[in-house]
Design a protein around this ligand. Structure first.
Ligand SMILES: *Cc1c(COP(=O)(O)O)cnc(C)c1O
Length: 376
């Protein structure tokens, strides 16, 4: 029981091995094969969208999504300051400029009230990132996008199955990107997916994903545009198909884990979790907690050290975009005031969050958190 508890182990509890071996035996190991098609179909159905295409990872899914929206050099894309750098880099790949908006204190997502002041003639799109499993405040964002004729791209890398008034993430904008990295709710090791309801956008994504080969399947080896090679292999898709058979269980496990943390830490002051706002289904990808060093009595960094001494691995929250040297060098405006994202990044940590975490482990982690407070 006191073995080392990792921050987020993947759970491969279904037919992963069987399907991967099947792919190996049939020889379909590259990007063509039945598992790729099955994975794409299952995932689109799950999200409630019409179209999908697999991609080599989530970052490339965002890149393709932006490319499909025709984000071009000189364009601006509004995005949250508080996210992982994977959200911002693809905007830079396209020669466009990421424009940062602070987080809202309650959900930690992009603050919709602060979006409009950042819109200029160059603004092409708004990127929403549903952080840690909680959907963004889409109603307000839809209104802003409509008023200013902007496209919406969802970075839904952390929100497989999260819902906003009954609609799933991935179905909340013009196009969306998912990740299947090892720590996500469903994984293929490395992998991603682009989903949309637009035939035109999915065709553009598929075209650019595969070196701009004609979608007709013709192989003349004349290429009309500069494409990318972002295909996912049938081997990885085989894992994805097995994961999709369990996705509802995995989501339930994450939600239950978070409920246990909240229950056991109920009387420990100074540790707070992301809420679930009205109309939203938070899938709690991570058990993301913010430490109030005064109320809890110990800082985030000391808490992390002491948890590690007791065999509990944690991670700090993301470093916000305005503090990223790479983005500053690229020419992003990093001078604004981002008090909420700075507060999150200084005080936030992920407690162990894997779907397969045992209730007894969560109880143990919470006991240790309580002891650390008592001793200080
Ligand atoms: C995981 C993640 C991505 C993409 O991850 P990949 O490792 O490229 O698959 C993008 N955005 C956010 C917010 C993420 O958490």
């Amino acid at each position: 029981m006191n073995d080392f508890i990792q921050v987020c182990e993947p759970l491969l509890a279904g037919k992963e091995e069987e399907y991967v071996l099947d792919a190996v035996k049939t020889g379909w190991i590259s990007a063509q094969g039945s598992y790729v098609n099955m994975f794409e179909d299952e995932f689109a159905k799950f999200c409630g969208v019409k179209y999908s295409t697999t991609v080599s990872n989530g970052t490339n899914a965002i890149h393709l999504g932006l490319k499909a929206l025709n984000v071009s050099p000189g364009d601006e894309v509004i995005m949250p300051d508080f996210t992982m750098i994977c959200s911002a880099l693809p905007i830079c790949y396209l020669g466009a400029k990421p424009i940062f908006v602070d987080a809202e204190p309650e959900t930690w997502n992009i603050d919709p009230v602060k979006i409009e002041e950042k819109i200029t003639k160059k603004t092409k799109a708004i990127m929403v990132v549903h952080i840690y499993g909680h959907p963004c405040d889409m109603k307000t964002i839809w209104e802003i996008a409509k008023k200013h004729e902007l496209k919406i791209i969802e970075d839904a890398a952390e929100t497989h199955g999260a819902e906003y008034y009954g609609k799933k993430c991935g179905d909340l904008g013009d196009i969306a990107a998912f990740s299947f990295f090892a720590n996500k709710v469903v994984t293929t090791g490395e992998g991603g997916m682009v989903v949309t309801n637009s035939k035109d956008l999915i065709d553009r994504a598929k075209y650019y994903k595969d070196l701009c080969f004609p979608l007709s399947g013709e192989r003349t080896y004349f290429h009309q545009d500069i494409g990318f090679q972002y295909r996912l292999s049938n081997l990885q898709a085989a894992i994805g198909v097995a994961q999709m058979e369990k996705i509802d269980d995995y989501i339930e496990m994450r939600i239950n884990n978070n409920a246990l943390y909240k229950k056991y830490l109920n009387d420990v002051g100074g540790i707070s979790f992301q809420p679930e706002k009205k109309g939203c289904k938070n899938i709690y990808w991570m058990n993301a907690a913010v430490v109030d060093p005064i109320k809890y009595g110990v800082s985030r960094d000391i808490l992390m050290e002491k948890l590690l001494e007791r065999g509990i691995q944690t991670r700090k929250f993301f470093v916000p975009m305005h503090k990223q040297p790479a983005l500053k060098k690229y020419g992003c405006d990093c001078n604004g005031s981002f008090p909420v994202s700075s507060w999150l990044s200084d005080n936030g940590l992920y407690l162990p969050s894997g779907s397969g975490l045992k209730a007894s482990e969560i109880e143990y982690i919470c006991e240790v958190i309580r002891e650390i407070q008592k001793k200080n």
